[in-house]
Design a protein around this ligand. Structure first.
Ligand code: SAM
Ligand code: ZN
Length: 423
């Protein structure tokens, strides 16, 4: 059976749920460095009758000793095998616990990591983000997905120190937090590919256009691979569309956020036991959008920001998606943002589509400053003739099926509570 460590367990609620709801576990260690928490956990574990599976432990989760040293009094209940699953659910940032976790998890084991410091990760304090995650966050429309890519970058680069690397299974942005599920493997050769999996982001402060710059390059070489420096930059000194400057963010994980086969299995499991979870509808909606996301296209634009940049009214999602499909590109939603446009169309195509839209929905140009991004973008003739004729395939299946894809307005008692008082 699997061995699970909940390194920051507080009341032990989650560990108790693991014990009661996940069949075939060998042991669950519910750890917290607070004596009061451990006392509560002991009570909760006894109360729930899971004492045979859940062992409360008291150690500092920042140090790998917790995970490995046999001489530690707690929390090793059985044997000395490593943990197959390590769950990190901190107040705020998991950064201090990542090093220990990437070292300690078993080969191919699973890390489940929550971050609730979304201000930091979504661009409000880029410098703090760098100190915690080794990446500069940006305040772009794509900030929620970028937050996911920042924690994945951090996990991979810390794993790399120990010749390990991550493989994401599922990366979720929900409400006020993000949570990623990644497997960790060991392999000196595979770690060499990690630089090429990360990218810097150039983000135009005027029109919001973004470009990625990978940190490394992989080339196939005989039966193996050769690694080298990436070439760049992907942008000039100013934005080609609006002539303003770029902000530089990242590095962030630029590979897929999810393993589609895994997500399909989770969806199938959900469908095979209806009524099992209160949040079933929301999970089904969110995971369905996840399966539709273009895995090979990091980040996204939003319809509102594309329209507000050029001061025009907003095309409907179906119109805009149809235009992209007519032009021969792929497009998807993102679970991380309600009106996201994730597409492999280059920014020049997006702006051409917006220019065509503005031709049929004219913008009052006289009110625009000549140097504004709107004027600069609209002063160029589109080279593409966009068609907004609706296409059936422009409507994503999750939307057609009427799934509950995005959270409703908050209910009473919604959101994180204040950190518990010491005592
Ligand atoms: C957000 S709570 C965990 C909630 C829990 N996962 C749940 O689902 O109910 C974070 C916990 O981490 C504990 N903690 C903070 N720093 C720690 C450290 N260095 N080592 C161990 N536990 C720590 C705190 O005492 C607190 O109980
Ligand atoms: Zn620009």
């Amino acid at each position: 059976g699997l061995r699970v460590l909940e390194a920051l367990a507080a009341s032990g609620l989650r560990s108790i749920r693991f014990a009661k709801e996940v069949p075939g576990l060998q042991a669950v260690v519910a750890n917290d460095f607070s004596a009061r928490a451990v006392e509560l956990m002991n009570r909760n574990v006894a109360f729930n009758g899971v004492g045979d599976l859940v062992a409360p432990g008291m150690a500092d989760a920042r140090y790998p000793l917790l995970f490995t040293a046999p001489q530690q009094p707690t929390p090793k209940p059985t044997g000395e095998e490593p943990f197959d699953v390590i769950d990190l659910d901190p107040y705020g940032s998991p950064a201090p616990f990542l090093d220990a976790a990437v070292q300690a998890v078993s080969e191919g084991g699973l890390l489940c990591v929550t971050c609730t410091d979304m201000g930091v990760m979504a661009g409000n304090s880029a410098e703090t983000c760098y100190s915690k995650y080794g990446a500069v966050s940006l305040k772009g429309k794509f900030c929620h997905e970028m937050a996911l890519r920042i924690i994945l970058h951090s996990l991979d680069s810390r794993a790399n120190c120990y010749q390990r690397f991550i493989v994401p299974l599922l990366s979720i942005s929900a409400d006020f937090y993000i949570r990623v599920f990644v497997r960790v493997f060991t392999g000196q050769a595979k770690v060499k590919a990690s630089a090429s999996k990360q990218a810097l982001v150039y983000h135009c402060v005027g029109c919001g256009t973004h470009h990625l710059q990978r940190l490394g390059k992989v080339m196939s070489h005989g039966t193996g691979f050769k690694y080298g420096a990436a070439t760049g930059p992907p942008v000039g000194p100013t934005c080609e569309f609006c002539q303003q400057r770029h902000q530089l963010g990242g590095p962030m994980w630029a590979e897929p956020l999810h393993d589609p086969a895994f997500v399909e299995r989770v969806l199938a499991a959900l469908q095979s036991s209806p009524g099992r979870f209160q949040t079933e509808e929301r999970m089904q909606g969110m995971l369905s959008v996840v399966t539709e996301e273009l895995g090979d296209v990091p980040l996204y634009y939003t319809l509102d920001s594309l329209s507000s940049t050029i001061h025009c009214n907003t095309p409907s999602l179906l119109q805009f998606r149809s235009a992209l499909l007519h032009a021969g590109y792929r497009v998807s939603l993102s679970h991380a943002c309600k009106n996201a446009v994730k597409t492999d169309a280059p920014p020049a195509v997006l702006w051409d589509i917006m220019r065509c839209w503005a031709k049929i929905h004219p913008v009052k140009r006289e009110r625009l400053a000549e140097t504004s991004p709107a004027s600069r973008i609209l002063s160029v003739e589109p080279t593409l003739q966009a068609s907004f004729t609706l296409r059936d395939d422009a409507n994503p299946s999750s939307r057609k099926r009427g799934l509950k894809r995005f959270p409703e307005n908050p209910e009473a008692f919604w959101g994180p509570k204040a950190r518990a008082k010491a005592g």
